[in-house]
Design a protein around this ligand. Structure first.
Ligand SMILES: [Zn+2]
Length: 416
């Protein structure tokens, strides 16, 4: 019995050491086996065994041969084999389905964007996602391997089971999208909420290694957040932490949120709210410019169109953004005073209105912040409209670096 435990411990220790070595190789563009031994504290024979495994079995590392010697034995150089290994990231949004194919250094090889066309229903959306993935598969080097597909979806997504428990944008509840996609594609699929993936991408891919405390706010047709505390993405008891859109910012409000409560931030400051206030203005003949931009058709009024009119100096549309910025600052004040983040990133469709929103927020923010928190930076997301796909890629990359996908599925061939 004792012997078995010793065996298990040795196996576990080897895995831990292997992860350390893989991360060191990934972190350094090129590194010698002797430098790996020095940095990891492992013996040269252990390094040799682990590196050989990573080259021959996992296929994640390649040898560059013998490097220049400064007198002693010439160093054996290895590097992360990023070009022959790929990841697919998918942003399954209510307006667009975006897909990207990247190598292991997150260099973009290809990108595709197609309209979601929600009204065509679930089967059509599954078909579109399958087609996007198949197109991306065709654009990789024929000898490259696809390690996995990360998918970000708006709504309550159980990242363990991959079940989309509820997605109001899609009108879905308890959807097993993984099971559907596996009918057509032989690839490992992993899911998470799109906003949490935006935060994960910011944490893992932006190169700002020192940032350990920040909040990512996604303002689109809804509002959500991904919260990073001490370098970890906050999950919460049931995995649904970050429902920032449902904090109350006006207890007297008669605007009802889709969650059933009144005065939620999402009800008062989302893209949906901006568009509906724009429609009211049109109804009351409050803006000639907006009327001209939408050609009198209220169905064409979007948050983007209201932003365009506001940027062109339309007073009524500017007032909408001023009101929205005020509510957002209340929310940012609440979350900053609670968590003391270094930065609050703002992403999602509404953040793409640029200076208009950020200048208004900059002017209003400090009145809601305690003096200890006025230093908080409020910045646009690093990746703009690619934030979810980059986050989806980082979800898979993390699993590769933790050797969770090694030996699971080696084939990325289409079976149907
Ligand atoms: Zn709500």
């Amino acid at each position: 019995m004792k012997k078995e435990y010793a065996k298990m411990d040795a196996g576990l220790l080897h895995l831990v050491n292997k992860k350390v070595v893989l991360k060191l190789i990934n972190h350094n563009k090129q590194i010698s086996r002797s430098a790996l031994a020095k940095k990891s504290g492992l013996t040269p024979p252990s390094i040799a065994r682990i590196v050989d495994e990573l080259i021959q079995i996992d296929g994640l590392v390649e040898s560059l041969g013998v490097g220049d010697s400064s007198g002693g034995r010439p160093p054996m150089i290895v590097k992360f084999k990023n070009e022959k290994n790929c990841i697919i990231g998918i942003d399954l949004g209510a307006t667009y389905i975006r897909g990207c194919l990247v190598d292991l250094n997150a260099n973009f090889i290809s990108e595709i964007q197609v309209p979601t066309e929600l009204e065509k229903g679930f089967a059509s959306i599954v078909d579109k996602v399958v087609k996007v993935i198949r197109k991306l598969q065709k654009r990789k080097d024929p000898n490259a391997k696809i390690w996995g597909v990360g998918i970000g979806v708006a709504g309550l997504v159980n990242s363990e089971t991959g079940i989309i428990e509820s997605s109001p944008d899609f009108g879905w509840s308890n959807i097993d999208l993984r099971k559907e996609l596996e009918k057509y594609l032989d690839l490992p699929f992993f899911y998470d909420n799109s906003t949490r993936l935006m935060a994960l991408g910011e944490l893992k891919m932006s190169g700002k290694e020192g940032q350990r405390n920040f909040t990512f706010i996604n303002i689109g047709y809804g509002i959500a957040s991904g919260i990073v505390v001490e370098g970890n993405l906050l999950k919460g008891f049931s995995g649904f932490a970050g429902e920032f859109g449902h904090i109350s910012v006006d207890t007297d409000s008669d605007v009802r949120c889709k969650c059933g409560m009144y005065g939620c931030l999402e009800a008062l400051a989302s893209g949906h709210r901006i568009a509906s206030l724009g429609k009211e203005i049109l109804k009351n003949k409050g803006s000639e410019l907006l009327e001209e931009l939408c050609m009198g058709n209220q169905d064409l009024i979007t948050a983007e169109l209201v932003a365009k009119a506001a940027k062109d100096g339309d007073a009524a549309c500017l007032k909408i953004y001023d009101e929205v910025a005020e509510y957002l600052c209340k929310g940012i004040g609440n979350i900053s005073n609670l968590l003391n983040p270094e930065t609050v990133y703002i992403g999602g469709g509404i953040s793409l209105s640029g200076d208009l929103l950020f200048n208004l927020i900059e002017a209003k923010r400090d009145k809601y912040l305690l003096s200890a928190n006025v230093k908080v930076k409020i910045s646009p997301s690093t990746y703009g409209d690619q934030a979810t796909t980059i986050g989806a890629v980082s979800l898979i990359l993390e699993k590769i670096l933790n050797l969770e996908l090694s030996g699971t599925k080696s084939s990325d061939m289409t079976i149907v």
